[in-house]
Design a protein around this ligand. Structure first.
Ligand SMILES: [Zn+2]
Ligand SMILES: [Zn+2]
Length: 847
């Protein structure tokens, strides 16, 4: 009756049946506890590659298990369909981005279905559809009205290849390259829209109550870059000139300030520069503008600068301090001005050496002296001030407080906190994005498009080739609008929004994706949010993951949400690299197409293989060597399940049994004994039951912890034990039937098709995927002890009582430690020790 295993004979059929039955539809208002599991939605790149399968199988496994454990699980999927990947692909192919995007999405949907995931397609969203971006625009309007969206002229990072500005988070690496194409960015002055993420800098540093990986929290913390220090105002020797403000984390070194440096772009430079120095200053500023930030920040180059001819006044000792400009001071950091303290800062030291400016040590180790010829940088507890007037001999730590307080007293500054994070630049001069819903009236300036006029539809008939200016500027009909205040003609904003705005709120839209009257239904959002578990790539640490947190906090403060954080738990998958150990890309030709593998091996084999190749959070280079082994494993499942007559059909289940109830007492599983061992010791049925219960306990924990690879090996061991039991004639027993059912239930999340097919063939009622997760008996699951006879030269001399998974090395150690064995060895080492695992130990003496 057992037929050869052929997954293609049933996989597609089950996918269609599940879909027709609405098996993966997530109901709202369900009595079961909710579990919102989200996995980052993809760009419609045109093809699902093996990396998508890897990223999305893991959460699918957990979602399926949670559903069997009694949760109402939402696992939605959609497409992040605006943005440069679609636009660039469309340009390459000479077709419209909308056409290309629609075709890609259609293809990817089909591929997703072939994975057999439990995505609820009725909740699908596509961010480039007007029904979605209408609400992206509505959210922009809410932020604009609240003063959280504003427009400002600013020097911005510009990618010369993509012809677009980038958010600071989209500029990567020490060489400051474009996150998408790797081209070094340059600076441009442009009027741009920003979101005021900096207002939330402090709250974004607080990760309490969320379970996120340490590296992500660290990256966000460093990105926000909070530092405490002081602001100090330096008066200027020029009638009517405003003081120049600097920020420093080391106010204790104030008396060591012997010059001041402004960024060449600092607004005060023009007014300060004396006639004598103007030509030189102008030329230097112009050349600095042509340099990239990386060139300016490089530690390799000489510190150059020019003197403005002007002097500042030291706020404490009234010394005259020359004011220079230098390109190593950037306009975007701090106040764009620094006090030069060459004795205690490396860059300032190099600058002072080059231009022969005074170097004065003001902080020294207690009882010691400053180094000569180099800056004194350590900032330890045991340092004291010198050359600092009334603050001499004070500890550096006290001096920080005392000097800051004195500055505040005198109205020359005070304590201050500085952040590295800048406001989120959201304007893009490209076509394929949500138009920013603003109009400009000659009389009333920037006005939000009234909500009943949303969406501002992206017109299809636009020449979207990148030119550096927004393509919508050339569309006369789009440009023409009306001022909502006075009704006179107004001009539309032509920039589109960064696609990261689309993804900063998509998890809210999934809760009521077809609501045509509002961005989300508050009751549904209250029901589902926050997301219980979010999975995706770590590369989004300071992009999407930071923006989403900001959005939730801002929307909370606008009274639109009641949660503080979007994602309670976060897990990052590793990356599947090409076989050449490089990132998969079409240009390298190392992309693995899952469709070919699915056609050859079936979806379940590909899923199990991907989850088996290593810890999910690590990834690694593609190596399909083990695929055949996984295929043999599933064929064996097929064969052991077919051997059973079905037993009494009494599948023991406890609904809602938590999977992690025994976390922390998992014995090593690698040395799990072969089935024969247990059979010889305990009797086949009981041993099989024990193993099944132990597998329930361990696999549940492994899935919950994203340890899919070890879960698969435990399922292999149970399958192997069943095969041996069958060979020993146990196939007709209740224990065998129960263990087969258990195997199928545990396999269902990771290999959903074969589990369903065999469940059905065994005549079990309903879908395997809605069965309760199997419970286990802790006493049965606990490792039983076995007794091992110990022989010396073939004669029984002692017995050991050990756990069945005790390693051979440990068994040998215990055997040789036996006093009775020692007596026969007579103090000499044995010639060798022979073990029949799980059965006996034979110590052979040297005669
Ligand atoms: Zn680029
Ligand atoms: Zn007006």
């Amino acid at each position: 009756m057992s037929e050869r295993w052929n997954p293609t004979s049933y996989e597609r059929a089950w996918q269609e049946r599940w879909e027709a039955a609405g098996a993966n539809r997530t109901p709202d208002d369900d009595p079961r506890p909710k579990f919102y599991l989200l996995t980052m939605y993809p760009y419609p790149s045109g093809d699902l590659h093996i990396g998508h399968w890897y990223a999305e199988t893991g959460p699918d496994v957990v979602a399926r298990m949670r559903r069997m454990q009694g949760h109402n699980v939402m696992l939605p999927m959609g497409f992040d369909s605006f943005g440069l990947p679609a636009e660039n692909a469309a340009i390459d192919r000479g077709i419209h981005p909308a056409v290309w995007t629609a075709a890609s999405i259609e293809r990817m949907r089909t591929q997703f279905r072939s994975m057999g995931t439990m995505f609820d397609w009725e909740r699908e969203l596509v961010t480039s559809e007007p029904e979605y971006y209408r609400w992206t625009q509505w959210l922009f309007v809410q932020l604009f009205k609240a003063g959280l969206a504003y427009k400002q002229m600013a020097p911005v990072d510009w990618c010369p290849k993509d012809q677009v500005v980038l958010a600071r988070e989209q500029v990567e690496g020490a060489d400051r390259h474009c996150w998408r194409c790797g081209t070094p960015v340059v600076k441009r002055d442009l009027e741009q829209w920003f979101f005021r993420i900096t207002r939330y800098a402090d709250e974004l540093l607080d990760f309490s109550g969320i379970d996120w990986p340490e590296p992500i929290r660290l990256m966000q913390t460093n990105w926000i870059g909070r530092s405490e220090g002081a602001e100090i105002d330096f008066g200027v020797e020029l009638a009517g000139a405003a003081p120049i403000r600097v920020f420093t984390t080391r106010p204790d070194t104030l008396f060591g300030a012997t010059f001041m440096v402004l960024a060449p772009e600092h607004p005060a430079v023009a007014g300060l520069t004396t006639a004598e120095h103007r030509a030189e200053v102008d030329a230097y500023a112009a050349s600095a503008r042509r340099e990239t930030e990386i060139e300016r920040m490089s530690t390799e180059r000489d510190r150059s600068g020019v003197f403005t001819g002007a002097h500042a006044v030291h706020p404490m000792n009234a010394e005259r301090i020359p004011i220079w400009i230098a390109d190593y001071v950037l306009p975007g950091y701090g106040t764009g001005a620094v006090m030069g303290v060459p004795a205690h800062d490396e860059r300032d030291h190099a600058f002072a050496k080059r231009y022969d400016l005074p170097i004065r040590y003001v902080v020294v180790p207690r009882g010691g002296s400053a180094p000569e010829g180099e800056p004194f940088l350590p900032h330890t507890e045991d340092e004291v001030l010198v050359n600092s007037g009334e603050f001499d001999a004070m500890s550096a730590e006290d001096a920080i407080r005392a000097i800051t307080a004195r500055l505040a007293e005198r109205g020359q500054g005070g304590p201050s906190v500085s952040y590295k994070i800048r406001d989120w630049l959201v304007s893009r001069q490209r076509y394929w994005g949500a138009p920013i819903p603003i109009v400009y009236c000659p009389d009333h300036g920037a006005q939000a498009v009234p909500e009943d006029q949303l969406p501002v539809v992206l017109p299809p008939d636009v020449d979207f080739a990148p030119t550096g200016v927004s393509p919508l500027q050339s569309h006369a009909a789009f440009l023409a609008s009306i001022c909502p205040v006075c009704g006179k003609p107004a001009r539309r904003e032509t920039d589109t929004m960064d696609t990261f705005v689309d993804s900063a709120w998509y998890f809210l839209r999934y809760c009521s994706p077809r609501d045509a009257t509002r961005a989300w239904d508050p009751a549904r959002v209250a029901e589902w949010l926050p997301v219980d578990l979010y999975t995706g790539g770590a590369e989004h640490a300071v992009l999407h993951l930071l923006y989403s947190r900001f959005f939730v906090k801002a929307l909370r403060d606008l009274g639109l949400l009641t949660i503080d954080e979007p994602f309670t738990a976060l897990r990052n998958q590793g990356q599947i690299l090409g076989a050449d150990h490089h990132r998969m890309s079409k240009s390298r030709g190392n992309v693995v197409n899952p469709d070919d593998l699915v056609a050859r091996y079936g979806s379940d084999t590909v899923r199990c293989f991907l989850m088996f190749i290593g810890p999910w959070d690590q990834g690694g280079p593609w190596n399909p060597t083990g695929m055949e082994g996984i295929s043999r494993f599933l064929a064996r499942v097929w064969s052991v399940a077919q051997a059973s007559g079905g037993g009494d059909g009494a599948v023991r289940q406890v609904p809602g049994m938590p999977a992690q109830s025994l976390a922390g007492e998992i014995p090593g599983s690698g040395g799990m004994p072969a089935y024969q061992v247990m059979a010889s010791v305990q009797g086949g049925s009981q041993a099989l039951r024990r193993m099944a219960h132990r597998t329930v306990r361990d696999v549940g924990d492994d899935y919950a912890d994203f340890h899919f690879n070890t879960a698969v090996s435990k399922l292999m061991e149970l399958t192997s034990a069943l095969a041996h039991a069958r060979d020993d004639g146990l196939a007709g027993t209740d224990a065998y039937a129960e263990s087969v059912d258990t195997l199928l239930l545990l396999l269902a999340p990771i290999a959903p098709h074969i589990a369903e097919e065999l469940w059905s063939r065994r005549g079990r009622p309903g879908s395997v995927h809605v069965q309760a997760w199997p419970a286990f008996d802790p006493a049965l699951a606990a490792a039983e002890m076995i007794e091992l006879p110990v022989q010396v030269d073939g004669k029984l001399r002692d017995r050991l009582t050990v756990a069945p998974d005790t390693s051979p090395a440990e068994v040998e150690r215990l055997a040789l430690a036996s006093e009775r064995v020692q007596a026969f060895l007579g103090g000499k080492p044995p010639a060798r020790v022979i073990q029949v695992p799980g059965r006996l130990v034979n110590v052979v003496t040297a005669r």
